[in-house]
Design a protein around this ligand. Structure first.
Ligand SMILES: Cc1ncc(COP(=O)(O)O)c(C=O)c1O
Length: 393
């Protein structure tokens, strides 16, 4: 197709942080101004208040602010006893940080396949991956939807292995009435700017009900200090700064409205796309609340299967649809095109195609569409029309 290029101002983006900022600019400016006036930038009252507010929002006793979601996982796994030569079970389909946090501790990620409906760790694949060296199980709540935690917690309890929830993408989601992040030993959050609750830089938090673990994490994030200039163990410099905490506290006040908006947008997509052939829409199992960090559809097959005689018949249909969406002025992203066992980083672990078929298939088929609280009905209708045309052309 030789389409006229769409001016970038008319492209529908995946995310529009500027629109969100404009809706809360006076509150943000006042919060930043207050920190500038106080001149207290690290480990101060904003961070402490945010920790309490996030812990309360997750329904747990403690929040410990850290510098990023990746370091939340790293410190959290370390505090759960993971170290050199240990094994940690990790889903094969997730963002690389879930695996690299394990590797950073000198431990080995042991991959497990996912459930094809939720894209999350398949409880049936878990037990066979456990060995005497397994020190933790990382459950990722991908795209805004909880994993099936009950059977996972049951298996973990049977072997006395701690469960770490990677809740980077699902703050506010629920599983059988419980908030994600509150059901394992610890929950790890990312406040990366694009997240549902996003800072204006890097930031993260660990939440837990375990008093001792929370105390240790507070020390670990600050050079292992247990008193000023007294370090009891090797720690990190991983602190959530006051400017980010102030921004996050403002945004937290809007989270309920923003989550409701995301959910309404997802319902609109569901109704507009319900009868489009050749695509699969997100499905939410009963007892879970999805917070739609991403609205991810599946587009199966090869281009040659969609239409005979096309150029590049072996091209993935998802790539073809993505290209056609772009020509129609609609952004879309493949989260994630390469499962962890096939990442060059993990070549030494010997992963090969076919090891985790559900993850590999997801990587070939997923396509995330624009969804953010401020997206308009008219924009969603334009995206849906473009998806319909691109999938059926
Ligand atoms: C599933 C998952 N885990 C971990 C992370 C790491 O978070 P951060 O970017 O804050 O280090 C992210 C996000 O980037 C993520 O999506």
């Amino acid at each position: 197709m030789t389409a006229t290029p769409i001016p970038s101002s008319e492209m529908i983006p995946m995310l529009d942080l500027r629109a969100q900022f404009e809706s809360i600019a006076p509150e943000i400016r006042a919060a930043v101004e207050a920190v500038l006036t106080a001149q207290h930038f690290v480990l101060g009252p904003q961070g402490a208040a945010l920790e309490q507010e996030i812990a309360a929002a997750c329904g747990v006793g403690h929040g410990v602010g850290v510098a990023s979601g990746t370091e939340a996982l790293e410190l959290g796994l370390h505090a759960c006893g993971v170290g050199l030569g240990d094994e940690v079970i990790v889903p094969a389909f997730t963002f690389i940080a879930t695996g690299s946090a394990v590797s950073a501790l000198g431990a080995r990620p042991v991959f497990a396949d996912i459930d094809p409906v939720t894209f999350n760790l398949d409880p049936d694949q878990l037990e066979s991956r456990i060995t005497p060296r397994t020190r933790a199980i990382v459950v990722v709540h991908l795209f805004g939807l909880s994993a099936d935690l009950d059977p996972i917690l049951e298996i973990a309890a049977k072997y006395a292995i701690p469960v770490v929830e990677d809740n980077a993408q699902s703050f506010g989601a629920t599983y059988r009435g419980h908030k994600t992040g509150s059901m394992g030993r610890i929950g790890c959050m990312s406040f990366y700017p694009s997240k549902n609750l996003g800072a204006y830089g890097d930031a993260g938090m660990i939440v837990t009900n375990d008093d001792k673990l929370a105390t240790r994490l507070r020390s670990l994030r600050n050079h292992g200090q247990t008193a000023q200039y007294l370090s009891t163990e090797r720690g990190w410099n991983s602190r959530l700064d006051e400017l980010q905490a102030a921004v996050l506290r403002v945004k937290l006040r809007h989270m309920a409205d923003w989550t409701a908006a995301r959910q309404a947008h997802a319902r609109l997509y569901n109704s507009l796309l319900a009868d489009v052939p050749g695509i699969t829409l997100p499905r939410v199992p009963p007892g879970r609340e999805h917070v739609y960090y991403l609205y991810t559809i599946r587009v199966a097959g090869r281009a040659g299967g969609a239409r005979k005689g096309v150029e590049n018949a072996d091209e993935l249909r998802s790539d073809l649809v993505q290209q056609r969406l772009k020509e129609r002025g609609v952004a879309s992203v493949v989260y994630y095109p390469v499962p962890l066992h096939q990442q060059p980083l993990y070549a030494l672990l010997g992963g090969k195609p076919g090891d985790f078929r559900v993850s590999e298939r997801a990587a070939r088929e997923v396509l995330s569409l624009p969804l953010y609280p401020e997206i308009t009905r008219e924009q969603i209708e334009r995206v849906a029309k473009a998806v319909r045309e691109s999938a059926t052309e």
